[in-house]
Design a protein around this ligand. Structure first.
Ligand code: C5P
Length: 216
């Protein structure tokens, strides 16, 4: 395995931005694994299906094409909610697993952000971060982002979304959202994005030194 950086954590913790910046710093490709689940949810809804229908969601996951990840619809509030509802189905997770593992297997490495990267997709990743922030801080960031995208939504609605999504992601039986035992926790509640990235970079630098020493 190359230098894989697993960046897990809840919605709007800053993990996506940190993952992209780490990718730029180390010259590694970046995968936002949440987009896969979002695209599956969006596809089920577009086909008039039910998000609770595991067979429909699995068919959507198996037939997913890269263009579907680029649609602006996958970045909406509704897509996040739909994603967490299809993400509970084990066959959906299995259908998306090989793609993510192949991404992680690239040389010289990869950065992947999600919920189960350090636990399930790349348990041997040399660098693992678990990025958190309070629900209020995350709701505030997500709310500003959605307002900027032109969505008419209140802060309270977004906070409620975040709490529902955290609860669902933590409670699911398959690959729940949890920090890997060897992940370094980073709480970004009081940090600007620059400060959060700086802290993440230091953690990853330390992991990279250990990884290089171990490689010999
Ligand atoms: O990261 P993002 O908010 O885009 O993820 C959307 C949803 O997709 C999450 O709430 C979670 O239910 C699901 N997801 C997952 N495993 C991942 C990434 C995302 O279950 N690795």
């Amino acid at each position: 395995m190359g230098f894989v950086i697993a960046v897990d954590g809840p919605a709007a913790s800053g993990k996506g931005t940190i993952a992209v910046k780490l990718g730029q710093l180390y010259g590694l490709p970046v995968l936002d694994s949440g987009l896969l689940y979002r695209a599956v949810g969006v596809k089920v809804l577009a086909e008039g299906g039910d998000l609770a229908d595991a067979a429909a969601a699995t068919a959507a996951a198996r037939s997913l094409e890269s263009a579907e990840l680029e649609s602006p619809t996958v970045r909406t509030r509704g897509a996040g909610e739909a994603a967490s509802r299809v993400a509970v189905h084990t066959p959906v997770r299995e259908a998306l697993r090989d793609y993510q593992r192949a991404f992680a297997a690239q040389e010289p490495g990869a950065v992947i952000d999600g919920r189960d990267i350090g636990t399930v997709i790349a348990p041997d990743a040399p660098a693992k971060l678990y990025i958190t922030a309070t629900p209020q801080a995350r709701a505030d960031r997500r709310w500003k982002q959605l307002i900027g995208q032109g969505e008419a939504v209140s802060f309270e609605e977004i906070l409620a979304d975040i709490r529902t999504r955290d609860a669902r992601d933590e409670a699911r039986a398959d690959s729940p959202m949890v920090a890997a035992p060897d992940a370094v926790l980073l709480d970004t509640t009081e940090m600007t994005i620059d400060a959060a990235f700086d802290a993440a970079r230091r953690i990853v630098e330390a992991a990279r030194s250990r990884w290089e020493t171990a490689k010999g």
